[in-house]
Design a protein around this ligand. Structure first.
Ligand code: URA
Length: 223
């Protein structure tokens, strides 16, 4: 089993047991939804838990936590991999070159950035933008899982391999996963559409055509 498959398995085990030192508080907070707390209050409580999290080493080097941005009632949520330098400096996901492309993609769908919710699997920047490590995904994945549950969108667009493989609990390559809706265990009725990451699109402009096909399917689903 490779490192990433191990991370998926441990994330799955974690999500099934609902336990991990340091972040149990977020489950107590989110459980309050049954008593009528708004999505904003639940997200704010979750953000506070993430700010206090010491589940891996990345919190030590970050400038800002990059929790998520957008409307809590969004029908569409985008999930990326991890913050880069621009995101770390601003504390907001997808604000660098890949982010500008994502914003254009959202606008091409007839939406504004403020109409959707955008977050990452990791909330702290990995050094030199290296890929997330299995232990970092295991330590952080409870936060994105809870964000999906709170926002409860109609569709999650998983941007790239890390988001798609984590949400779908698979190690299939993104090229095989993209373009098809799938359900997830995390949240009933939420559909995931994997597509290529905007950073990949910047490196491989010919992939834009396929991504646009995927976005059109999402648009049909949420309209
Ligand atoms: N890439 C990501 O996956 N997320 C960001 O926020 C920025 C770049």
């Amino acid at each position: 089993m490779d490192g990433f498959a191990k991370a998926i398995n441990s994330a799955k085990a974690y999500l099934e047991t609902d336990k991990m030192a340091g972040v149990e508080a977020l489950f107590r907070e989110s459980a309050k939804s049954e008593t009528g707390q708004t999505k904003d209050v639940r997200l704010e409580a979750l953000k506070k838990s993430a700010e206090a999290c010491k589940g891996c080493q990345l919190n030590k080097r970050r400038t800002n936590l990059v929790f998520g941005v957008g409307t809590p009632s969004a029908k569409l949520m985008f999930i990326g991999e991890a913050p880069g330098e621009d995101e770390d400096l601003k504390g907001e996901p997808f604000v660098g070159r890949a982010g500008q492309l994502l914003t254009k993609m959202i606008e091409a769908m007839g939406l504004r950035r403020e109409d959707v919710y955008i977050a990452n699997i990791l909330k702290c920047r990995p050094p030199n933008n290296r890929p997330p490590q299995p232990d970092e995904i295991s330590a952080c994945c409870a936060f994105i899982a809870e964000q999906v549950k709170i926002i409860n969108p109609k569709v999650v667009c998983a941007l790239g391999k890390f988001a798609a493989q984590f949400l779908l609990k698979t190690d299939e390559p993104i090229s095989a996963l993209r373009g098809k809706f799938r359900g997830i265990d995390l949240a009933d009725g939420v559909k995931v559409m994997p597509t290529f990451h905007p950073a990949y699109m910047l490196r491989n402009p010919s992939s834009k055509r396929l991504v646009w096909e995927d976005l059109k399917k999402i648009k049909n689903e949420i309209d």
